[in-house]
Design a protein around this ligand. Sequence first.
Ligand code: CDP
Ligand code: CDP
Length: 230
Amino acid sequence: MEKGLIIAIDGPAASGKSTTAQLLAKKLGYLYIDTGAMYRACALKAKKLGIDINDEESIRNLLDFIDIQIENDNSKNRILLDGEDVSEDIRADDISSLASAISAIPAVRYKMVELQRKMGEKGSVILDGRDIGTFVFPDAEVKFFLTASPEIRAKRRWLELQQKGIDKDFSEVLADLVKRDNNDSQRALAPLKKAEDAIEIDTSNMTIEEQTETLYKIILSKLEEECKCS
Ligand code: CDP
Ligand code: CDP
């Protein structure tokens, strides 16, 4: 096969998309595109410039001079905003809700989706996000929709915060996560939604390894299928 697959992984926050996508990309030698990181970078830029996230006109203007690059190397996936490595800064807790708010602005989505399509059109790529299988690449050859219960996802996020030395109440982490899922599911343009032809996998009781292996097997059978057809 010449082009390589386009693999879409969608799902709510902390369903395990990015960890699995990175591991799969490594196994397959594919490019990994973390589309959430791109919305986070937009939010970070607005924050740095002191722009209110509800000020749509200023946000639209910001899009004319934003440069977002994604770099994969062996061990790390880096995101560059206007040439600066912001991979850590975009993970700050307040950036999650700012990213969710900014991502509901249509001009922001159109700009990010255009970049994502350009990066992914050559194939051999895994993208994770909320709208990859429904909107960015509706013709992706393999689509997954990962889920897990809100409590388990919040527990995962809470543990991540603890590991970073951030002491936040579990109930607050859970409330923030549920609120963000609601925002993402209810926005008008390209909301968080399972594509009809996506394979849904509940990761609640899976380890990262089990989850990655489950997806990997499905991808391998798709690759074999494509080889037989071409
Ligand atoms: O990308 P997404 O927000 O969907 O999730 P993630 O960042 O890949 O995973 C969130 C956290 O949950 C990470 O710390 C993962 O290691 C952890 N996780 C887990 O412990 N078990 C799983 N089956 C999936 C994720
Ligand atoms: O890792 P986590 O699930 O916490 O979030 P993320 O994937 O980094 O995405 C941050 C926010 O960006 C999400 O809450 C969505 O509002 C937005 N997003 C989106 O709208 N569309 C995507 N394809 C990816 C992220």
